[in-house]
Ligand binder design. Structure first.
Ligand code: ACO
Length: 467
């Protein structure tokens, strides 16, 4: 069986178009600090009419293959996680096959996985399980998480975002799975869902979704700790992992979630928690589960008690989720990318625990072991290839009026046919794919920006969408 299976290479793409949360806050008439402190968000990326989940994934996959020097013929499985519905039958994966067909490689298993923000994790598990299984043929797996998170006007709108992440999967990986260490929580709830197929916007019960998320955090942590203890024969607590990475709808929920983990440690094994935290949490020791989700005092006390550990174990993972927003399936992996960006030189030998949540609901907590590895699959090369700082620096901040206008145009375009986009790629970097047309049969056409100066697709850059 293949050993140390996991992520060999990772790459991220997010649109260069964004809006500052403090600007949106003022425009929406929200009280000052509501989006920036209340939700903990700095900025939000969004697709304009020339970008979508397919163009973003074409961009991130071609760029990953190019930057890490991977031959497209070496890919044996391609799995996509997304909750952005463009077609109810044709998978996003099939659009990506254009990249591989060109090299004569059509022997690639895998399709799309969908369940809110969890689809990327399902896709990742599928690829890791494939490499660890009898059916593995020795080639790489490739996982793509791609989403455009947009909400109708109202309190949920500032919790949008957009990105695509690609991960190359194989053995002897610098980011290896501890596959036996997984705890899941799956249940039937209506917290966030998309029953209206004519609209890209979800129906969301915001307060319920927060509680469902926190309940899933608790349940997964209990399952995870139990499995760890059975396997390793010793008590598990926060001190057994260096970093905790969360799916990040907005940063405040991540702060609350980590505080819940500390509260769980305190309830399970008070001696694993320091004296100051113990004193702060003691008044809440007898609350029932339900009461604990309702208690604002517990929320406040546990966040205060967890603050020093949060700064150490979570804060280095929060850069991109705060700057780009909720990227749905890509959100958790953008938090992992932030950790690699901030700490790549000191991560080897460390355990990192991830929490994935998808409304509806599905959730898993799982463990990764970070290791030294040879170029190009090293943690430092990942940081260099992704150039997170450069990507953030070269963004274009839109004024709120232009953001709202873009959202209106996207509403109109969602599910539409027979239109040509502006084909304006002036804000995109070379190598970025963009949407040019949707024809009378709803077929989508994309072009690739070939140079800094190109404003319209060249013949060379045109992808004919398989026709
Ligand atoms: N300064 C500082 N903080 C403020 C201010 C201010 N001026 N005004 C409000 N706040 C705080 C509130 O106290 C609250 O903090 P708390 O959570 O610690 O109590 C926070 O800002 C948010 O304010 P609310 O009034 O509670 O939130 P609102 O009703 O506006 O909506 C919500 C927030 C529910 C997150 C909404 O944006 C939403 O529905 N988002 C989409 C759903 C979502 O992301 N759910 C998460 C899991 S599911 C998923 O991943 C999609």
């Amino acid at each position: 069986m293949a050993k140390n299976v996991g992520i060999l290479a990772i790459h991220i793409y997010f649109p260069p178009t964004c809006i500052l949360q403090e600007v949106l806050e003022a425009h929406d008439g929200a009280s000052k600090g509501k989006y920036t402190i209340g939700l903990g968000q700095d900025c939000m990326a969004f697709c304009t009419e020339v970008e979508d989940v397919i163009s973003m994934s074409l961009t991130v996959v071609t760029s990953l293959l190019d930057k890490y020097g991977i031959d497209p013929k070496q890919i044996g499985r391609l799995e996509v996680g997304s909750e952005t519905v463009i077609d109810k039958s044709k998978s996003i994966k099939t659009f990506l096959m254009q990249i591989f067909e060109e090299y004569g490689n059509t022997d690639i298993e895998g399709v799309d996985s969908t369940n809110a923000c969890y689809g990327g994790t399902a896709a990742l598990f599928n690829c890791v399980n494939w490499v660890e299984s009898n059916s593995w043929d020795g080639r790489y797996g490739l996982v793509v998480c791609t989403d455009s998170a947009v909400y109708a006007e109202g309190p949920a709108r500032p919790t949008g975002g957009a990105a695509a992440i690609a991960m190359l999967i194989g053995p002897d990986a610098p980011i290896a799975f501890e596959s036996k260490l997984r705890g899941s929580h799956m249940s039937h709830v209506y917290d966030f869902y998309k029953p209206n197929l004519a609209s890209e916007y979800p129906v969301v019960d915001g307060k319920l979704s927060q509680t469902c998320y926190l309940m899933a955090v608790d349940s997964c942590y209990k399952q995870f700790s139990h499995k760890y203890e059975k396997l390793k024969g010793k008590q598990f607590s926060l001190s057994d992992a260096e970093y905790f990475v969360f799916h990040s709808p907005y940063n405040k929920l991540v702060q609350k979630s980590f505080a819940r983990l500390l509260f769980n440690d305190f309830l399970r094994n008070p001696s694993s928690v320091d004296e100051v935290a113990k004193e702060k949490l003691a008044p809440f020791a007898t609350l029932s589960g339900d009461e604990s989700y309702q208690s604002r005092d517990l929320e406040k006390a546990s966040q205060q008690a967890a603050k020093p550990l949060y700064d150490e174990k979570v804060q280095p993972t929060t850069l991109l989720p705060k700057q780009v927003g909720n990227m749905y399936t890509a959100s958790l992996y953008a938090a992992l990318v932030s950790l690699i960006h901030n700490k790549h030189s000191t991560l080897a030998g460390k355990r990192v625990i991830l929490f994935s949540y998808g409304s509806g609901s599905t959730a898993t907590m799982f463990s990764l072991q970070l290791r030294d590895s040879q170029h190009p699959f090293s943690l430092s090369n990942m940081a260099q290839v992704m150039d997170v700082a450069g990507k953030l620096k070269s963004r274009h901040e839109f004024p709120p009026e232009k953001f709202v206008e873009t959202m209106k145009l996207m509403e109109h375009r969602y599910g539409a046919k027979e239109f040509v986009t502006s084909k304006d790629s002036s804000l995109l970097s070379p190598g970025t794919y963009y949407l040019t047309e949707v024809d009378s049969m709803y077929r989508r056409f994309y072009a690739k920006k070939t140079s800094e100066s190109s404003l319209t697709p060249t013949d060379k850059g045109l992808i004919a969408n398989g026709h």
